[in-house]
Every structure is written in structure tokens, then in C-alpha cells.
Ligand binder design. Structure first.
Ligand SMILES: [Fe+2]
Length: 478
């Protein structure tokens, strides 16, 4: 019979399973048991899986370390000191004071409204909604927050500001493009409506979003590059470790073309480093590692294989061990004791003078549901909406928001690069000079995604060569 120095008891199937293991493995499993408890076969199988996973990584590690020593790879990135600035004023880490009370939400939405309104030109005069009745029959411009929107045959919306609310109908005869614009409008957007005030409602001739102005990419003298990844999902049965290993080998100059790899001075990870625990019902059946700390331990072991001269920037996602409400703080050092920049979600990081806006992208689910043409297949089109709306989680509701005194989700200064993940699908665009990058995943299609008909693109890493302003797609899948 199997024994343990701890006061652990086994169920009959647990004991039979334990006795069927080779002696060495049995010893290792017994060492990892935390008693006192009644342990069954399922728990023991978890521990065995974990041991095997760790062993695999150790083997890869040994192999890669030996190869690096022998390597003739001379990366140019190694010759330069890093030039990186994390703007801690613009992220919530260490600054969350919200109690989530009603008055916090009221203050939050007032603050959001005022700041988004300030992005509209006030030239020509804006009218407060409360003053509209005295402008009957006149042309007016108002800025308001969308209370509700009907994109059906009625094509109308309700707009609200701090002084009142008004129903808005579209005058599509003077502007046929208006109906299309309405498709992009979602609840809680702050928009400007130009039109004529009828007796009690406003007849819109145009709708506009706060939008960003065109952005100039800075001049970068050093020939360095940034690699963007996200949604690694370590700990998941579907984590594609062979692809991830190839990515690490590529960074080490041992896979594919070394020229671009040698320029990589920065790796940005936009969340979902691990699969997490209890993220959705039945997730435990899809986990190889069922302990959150161990998931991070495995992720850390992978990260430690990245060459030392590369700076790693890590933001959390909705699967990570941070609060689910956004904005979320950086991951605690107790989970990751890496020599890396742990930043919040969202966060602003300037790399070689290039301004980055890093956000996991969880709110994309609600935007895709609210905009008829939006889809998981084209994340870059949805990402453009964040810049137009100048907010990273415009719709209040499905994506929880913590009402902080400062709205860290507002896109105040337009970035040069906007990096997101979450949808597991690579996507790229350039909007008004901003590089829009969705860095895909290293997780294979999950049963849930299969049911939804969602096809991920694992193993494709976008790399931005900063001096050349050139975005390359490095693919590790066959
Ligand atoms: Fe993910």
C-alpha cells in the first residue's frame, strides 16, 4: 500500500492508481501531496500531469541553454541599452481607491463625459441639451452620451448630457451615410450630433465621434524591433508549447531568419499569460496545470529563456490573477518574480520614443456584439473603433468597469502603436498613422471556440521594426 509522511488518505481508486505508477513517480507524487485530505484518482492524475509538464519544460530549457552557449548568433539588440518609459501616472496599479458605490459611478460617468466632450471642437458653439427647447427650428450642435440606440427601421437614439436628454432622429435624406454611421454607435458613447431642433426632438444631419487626429510616427535612429505576443494560456491543455518553443528559439537566433530576431530588444505581452482557474464553467477539464501559482511558475520558466538583453513588458488579461474589473493593476510580484516590466491593463509605455497603448481587449466582446458589421475575424476593424470613440470600454455593463476617480480607459493622447490580444486572431491595420496590432495567441482552438465557429491563428508574432516603421509577421506554425 502507498504511504505518505503526511496524514493523507486515499480513495480505493486513488490508491490503485498510485500503486500502478512507477516507484520514482509515485515518490514524487507523494512529496507533492498536501494533507490531511481524502485523495482520489483525479487529484493524483492532476499531480502526474503537472510533473510531466514541468519535466518537459526542463528538457526544453536544458536544450536551449546548451544551444545558446554554442550559438554564433550576434544580435544587434545586445549592443544597445534599453530606452523604455512606463507612464505609471496613466495606469491604475497601486492607485485604486474606488469602493464601487453609486456615487463613485455617477462621478465616474460625469468625469468620462466631460473629458470625452473636450475632444470635440467647441468652435461655432455647442448647445447644452437642457437649452435645446429654446432653439426650436434652428441648426444646433450638441455633444451627449448615448443612453439608447435603435439601429432598426426606427433609426434613432437618445442623447443625454449633464443638463437633460433628447431623442434624436436621423435625416438620411440629407446624409445617406448617416444610417451606416449609426451602426457604429453604441450605448454610453459620447458623440456630437449636428442637426435641426424640431419641437421636442433633434433631427440629425451628421453624427461624429471624438476620434483621434492624425499621428506622426517619431523618427527612430536605432535599428531595433518590438515583438508582440498575447494569450499564451500556459496551463491550458490547448497551449501550443511547440509553437511557443519555436518563438523562444527564434528570439535566440536558432529558428528561422536570425536577422530580424537579432533586432528584437523588446517583447510585449498583452495579457492572458496563463489560462487561470475558474474563468468559465467546466474550465478545469481543459487544464493541464490546475494550480494558478504553478501556471505562473511554468510561464516564468518560459520567459526566463528569453535572452537577457531583451526587455519584457507584461500586462494582464481576463484570465490572469488580477481583478476582473477594468482598469486592472499589474500582476503581483508574488505570481511573477521576473526581471520584467509588470504594467497595468491598460497601460502606456514609450519604447524608443514610440508611444504604445497596451490593452488586453476584453471589451471587444461587447463591441462585437453591439456593432452589426464587427466580427472576431477582423479584430483590427474593432480596434479602430476604440480610437474613434477614444475609450477602451465604451459600453457599461458586460465588461465590468471599476469607477476610479480618473478614467484610465480614456484614449487621451493618441498612441503610435495600439497593441491588443483577447480574440486569439491576428489582425493589423494602420489608422491615421497608428499601428494597430492584434497579436493572436499560442492556444489551439478550444471546444468553446469550435462551437462558436471561431478559428484562432496561433503562432504568428507581429514584429515592428521601429527605424523602418515596418511590421513583419513571423509565423511559427507549419
Ligand atoms: Fe485569451
Amino acid at each position: 500500500m502507498a504511504t505518505s509522511t503526511l496524514l493523507v488518505r486515499f480513495t480505493l481508486d486513488g490508491e490503485a492508481y498510485l500503486n500502478s505508477l512507477p516507484e520514482e513517480k509515485r515518490e514524487e507524487v507523494l512529496k507533492r501531496l498536501k494533507g490531511p485530505a481524502l485523495v482520489g484518482r483525479a487529484e493524483l492524475e492532476d499531480i502526474v500531469r503537472e510533473i510531466e509538464e514541468e519535466r518537459k519544460i526542463q528538457e526544453v530549457r536544458k536544450e536551449l541553454i546548451v544551444e545558446v552557449r554554442r550559438s554564433a548568433f550576434h544580435p544587434t539588440a545586445k549592443d544597445y541599452e534599453a530606452d523604455i518609459y512606463v507612464d505609471r501616472k496613466k495606469e491604475v496599479t497601486g492607485k485604486s481607491r474606488s469602493k464601487g458605490e453609486v456615487k463613485d459611478f455617477i462621478e465616474y460617468f460625469r468625469n468620462r463625459f466631460r473629458r470625452l466632450k473636450s475632444f470635440f471642437p467647441s468652435v461655432g458653439g455647442l448647445v447644452d441639451i437642457g437649452e435645446l427647447p429654446s432653439f426650436a427650428g434652428e441648426e444646433v450642435r450638441v455633444v451627449g452620451m448615448v443612453m439608447d440606440v435603435d439601429k432598426g427601421t426606427n433609426a434613432r437614439l437618445t442623447l443625454e448630457d449633464l443638463t437633460g436628454r433628447v431623442r434624436v432622429y436621423l435625416d438620411t435624406s440629407s446624409n445617406p451615410a448617416l444610417e451606416e454611421k449609426l451602426q457604429e454607435v453604441v450605448p454610453d458613447d459620447v458623440i456630437m450630433v449636428e442637426g435641426r431642433m424640431a419641437r421636442r426632438s433633434l433631427i440629425a444631419k451628421d453624427i461624429s465621434f471624438p476620434d483621434i487626429p492624425p499621428v506622426q510616427f517619431p523618427l527612430v535612429e536605432r535599428d531595433l524591433a518590438v515583438a508582440y505576443i498575447s494569450d499564451v494560456h500556459v496551463g491550458s491543455t490547448y497551449f501550443m508549447e511547440k509553437l511557443f518553443e519555436k518563438f523562444i528559439r527564434w528570439l535566440q537566433g536558432k529558428e528561422g531568419r536570425a536577422e530580424t530576431a537579432g533586432k528584437v530588444k523588446y517583447v510585449v505581452v498583452a495579457g492572458d499569460l496563463v489560462d487561470g482557474i475558474g474563468i468559465y464553467p467546466g474550465q478545469e477539464k481543459e487544464l493541464v496545470v490546475r494550480d494558478i501559482e504553478k501556471q505562473y511558475k511554468v510561464f516564468q520558466e518560459w520567459m526566463e529563456l528569453i535572452p537577457d538583453y531583451i526587455e519584457v513588458i507584461i500586462a494582464p488579461g481576463n484570465h490572469d490573477a488580477v481583478r476582473r474589473g477594468e482598469p486592472s493593476p499589474a500582476l503581483a510580484k508574488e505570481f511573477l518574480s521576473l526581471d520584467a516590466h509588470l504594467v497595468g491593463n491598460p497601460s502606456r509605455v514609450t519604447i524608443e520614443g514610440v508611444k504604445h497603448l497596451i490593452y488586453h481587449g476584453t471589451s471587444m466582446d461587447s463591441l462585437i456584439a453591439a456593432i452589426p458589421w464587427a466580427s472576431y475575424d477582423r479584430p483590427e476593424r474593432v480596434m479602430v473603433e476604440y480610437l474613434k470613440k477614444r475609450h477602451l470600454s465604451p459600453i457599461y455593463g458586460t465588461n465590468p468597469i471599476i469607477p476610479e476617480a480618473v478614467d484610465y480607459l480614456i484614449v487621451d493622447e493618441p498612441p503610435n502603436v495600439m497593441h491588443m490580444g483577447h480574440v486569439h486572431k491576428n489582425g493589423y491595420a494602420n489608422y491615421k498613422g497608428v499601428f494597430i496590432i492584434n497579436s493572436g495567441t499560442f492556444q489551439d482552438q478550444t471546444p468553446y471556440q469550435l462551437k462558436q465557429g471561431h478559428v484562432p491563428t496561433p503562432g504568428e508574432v507581429p514584429v515592428l521594426e521601429l527605424r523602418e516603421k515596418r511590421l513583419k509577421r513571423i509565423t511559427f506554425h507549419s
